[in-house]
Write a protein that binds this ligand. Structure first.
Ligand code: GLA
Length: 719
């Protein structure tokens, strides 16, 4: 719903869960009009309270007042020293920008952003969009700030279109997507990590300094995820005010939070200014990606529930969005580069016999790729390994009743490759400097249209040549020497990302029923931007069941289960050497896009195969619930020895609990469930419970006497 009142005017976007108020203040001294964000959070009736009015009526030509204005679109250079949303550099060296209110537009629905990932609506009544038009009176720079409020969700999407309507060339050094001005102090929760340790939860207490997370690696990265929560200091998983922020983008980003001495907090989210430097000539326009902000009074789970539902249904797209994902077997951890047609068929036959639905052939099927030193870019079949080609292999796999999937790393080039011999200038490089390799490879310059077209054609011609149902899209290094043969470095990381988005869009349009899965040395580009093109992501190269508890728990803060790929691998585990049982490994993976990652005939005993058969059966039975049900975190692996979470929909509740180390039994441990739909439920032993029993009395956790133990209880709804 939307109201606009007063001469100011004051804009109020609201629904039953959230209100956002943008107030235009006319400066009593200067006469100019600035836009302030006077409220974002709980639903309110009166858009302005007395405090807001006092702030708005003060003159701000004095810099001490500029420092306390809750600006919605703050700029650089005019006495507000906090982190700005926008900053421009002019040819004469100036960097001062003022953005004054000019006009607004309001419309039902959500406009489409060209060439960028985005949340979307299917009907116009699912959202409403307010566009505020701002202008710098001196340079004529125009900003159109679009804020969409989703119906029946405490969520907004915000993005900016910047148009140079002046006569002077300028450079955008900062072009943010969202600014929140919030009264009070907040803890910041963020997801940090490294390779094999993605999205660990970290809570940083309130402090009067800039807390920022970012990437300047060319990908959203393993180190920080483009996601944060600002929360009350006493907020937890179930209660407390929280503001979630998520950036729908896969490259360099920054989320910066700054508190001042006047109990005010500003959050700015957008492209990383370190690598933007975007030249904007007269007449040109720049569209920022969008950021999605969420408000909840039900703690971190409350924030996650909103993102899960929005991203599952209105960010992910296409044929696979609502469909249960096939249980797969991937050969990577089982064979690495050492396989041939027969070896893969042995795995496929063994998998088919256990009910597994798809075989994925990973790295090593192309060029001369027998290790990671060569051949990226040479996307033609290695007939020494696969005499019947990918087509022959895929057909043989299909004959077993299974789908077939294939690995690519399309954005890369090995210096030892036919592609590099033909096009040494196609990689990112800085003239006169050595080319830094990582995993023996360089990055293709995806900002070039000819390179984009080559990548589209390489992947498309393979997909046209054989019955391929799934693609794993990997990206195993970050940028260095960010330069190009055809353009200067300005804005190159963003142009790279736009190139990747163009390529992915072309491929998903041509192959709408292929299931695409993102990957980046595990989960190094697990972000909402990617999920717009590929509805699932390989969560981490660390497949150890104990390590995965933290990785999957943290990932679930922002991302729904239907995007989180989770596989059972061999024991001892490849990455950490830990020995865990097949049950624990299966129970940890079962809620994600489930699969196996081992040499099934040679790395499992007959007994384990029988467990696998039951696991596959169970996953097929419950996967609709784990895909679309409400996922709730109950006990955190970051806080104790026991982790628990649950999935709930109209049919059943699934409680999963894991104990890392065995301890002396000192009385029963109970876990209370949350967010359970009303009804009567029955567990595997025929015992019945109401939703109130599950949420108030809780369930007794019983583990076998051993380390690395798990328990999965399914409560079927009986009425
Ligand atoms: C990356 C991926 C792995 C695997 C290898 C293959 O590390 O994360 O899953 O595909 O590449 O080289």
């Amino acid at each position: 719903m939307f109201t606009v009142t007063g001469e100011g005017p004051v804009f109020h976007l609201y629904n039953e869960f959230v209100s956002l108020v943008l107030a235009v203040r006319t400066d009593p001294e200067g006469g100019y009009q600035e836009v302030c964000l006077t409220h974002f959070g709980y639903p309110i009736d009166e858009p302005l309270n007395t405090l807001d009015r006092l702030i708005l009526e003060n003159g701000s030509s004095n810099d001490s007042l500029r420092q306390i204005m809750p600006y919605a679109f703050p700029t650089e250079g005019r006495g507000d020293y906090r982190v700005p949303l926008f900053a421009e550099a002019y040819e004469d060296g100036g960097n001062c920008t003022e953005l004054y209110y000019e006009d607004y537009r309001y419309a039902a629905g959500k406009p489409k952003l060209e060439g960028l990932p985005q949340t979307y609506t299917e009907q116009d009544d699912e959202a409403e969009t307010l566009t505020i038009i701002l202008r710098d009176p001196l340079t004529k720079l125009k900003v159109e700030a679009s804020i969409t409020l989703f119906a029946h969700r405490p969520a907004i999407a915000s993005s900016m279109k910047i148009v140079n309507e002046g006569s002077e060339k300028l450079t955008l050094s900062r072009a943010g997507s969202l600014c929140l001005a919030l009264p009070g102090h907040f803890d910041m929760v963020q997801l940090w990590g490294s390779w094999g340790k993605e999205r660990y939860v970290q809570r940083v207490p309130s402090a009067t300094l800039v807390r920022s997370i970012s990437s300047s690696r060319g990908a959203s990265g393993h180190e920080h995820n483009p996601f944060a929560i600002l929360c009350d200091p006493n907020a937890d998983e179930f209660s407390g005010r929280c503001f979630g922020v998520s950036f729908v983008y896969s490259g360099d980003f920054e989320i910066a939070v700054q508190e001042n001495a006047y109990d005010q907090t500003r959050l700015v989210c957008g492209l990383n200014p370190r690598s933007l430097d975007w030249p904007l000539a007269p007449g040109e326009c720049f569209q920022t990606p969008e950021a999605v902000a969420v408000y909840s009074e039900q703690g971190f789970n409350g924030v996650s529930h909103v993102y899960h539902d929005l991203y599952r249904t209105r960010l992910c797209r296409g044929y696979w969005r609502d469909r249960p994902r096939p249980v797969l077997i991937n050969n990577w951890e089982g064979t690495t580069f050492y396989f041939d047609h027969e070896k893969i068929m042995d795995i496929a036959r063994s998998a088919a016999a256990l009910g597994i639905e798809m075989l994925v052939l990973d790295d090593g099927w192309f060029g001369q790729r027998n290790n990671d030193h060569s051949s990226l870019g040479d996307w033609f079949v290695n007939y020494d390994k696969l005499p019947r080609g990918i087509k022959g292999l895929a057909e043989d796999v299909n004959a077993l009743g299974m789908k077939f999937g294939l690995w690519f790393e399309p954005e890369m080039i090995s210096p030892i490759s036919e592609l590099y011999e033909a096009h040494p200038d196609w990689c990112l490089h800085a003239d006169g400097r050595p080319r830094t390799t990582a995993r023996h490879q360089l990055t293709l310059d995806m900002s070039r249209t000819d390179v984009q077209d080559f990548v589209i054609e390489s992947v498309a011609s393979m997909l046209r040549s054989a019955p391929i149902d799934y693609v794993k899209w990997d990206m195993n290094r970050n940028f260095s020497e960010i330069g190009s043969s055809v353009s200067n470095r300005h804005g190159l990381p963003h142009r790279y990302m736009l190139g990747v988005y163009r390529v992915m869009e072309a491929l998903i349009q041509e192959f709408p029923t292929v299931l695409f899965e993102g990957c980046s040395s595990g989960g190094g580009r697990f972000d909402p931007g990617f999920l717009y093109y590929m509805p699932q992501f390989w969560t981490s190269d660390d497949t150890d069941a104990v390590e995965r508890l933290k990785i999957q728990y943290g990932t679930s803060f922002a991302y729904p289960n239907c995007t989180i790929s989770a596989h059972v691998s061999a024991s001892p585990n490849h990455q950490v050497g830990r020995v865990t049982g097949i049950k624990m490994r299966g129970d940890v993976a079962l809620g994600g896009n489930f699969g196996y990652e081992l040499d099934l005939p040679n790395q499992t005993t007959d007994e384990e195969k029988e467990v696998i058969r039951e696991q596959v059966k169970l996953v097929k039975k419950i996967r609709e619930t784990t895909h679309s049900g409400v996922f709730t975190r109950l006990l955190s692996p970051f806080e104790g020895n026991i982790t628990a979470w649950s999935y709930a929909d109209e049919n059943r509740v699934i409680l999963c609990a894991y104990r890392v180390l065995s301890t002396v039994k000192r009385g029963p441990v109970y876990v209370r469930l949350h967010d359970i739909p009303q009804g009567t439920y029955q567990d595997q032993n025929g015992k019945t419970y109401t939703e109130r029993d599950l949420m108030n009395a809780g369930i007794k956790l019983e583990f076998p006497r051993q380390d690395f133990a798990s328990m999965v209880t399914i409560f079927e709804k009986v009425k």
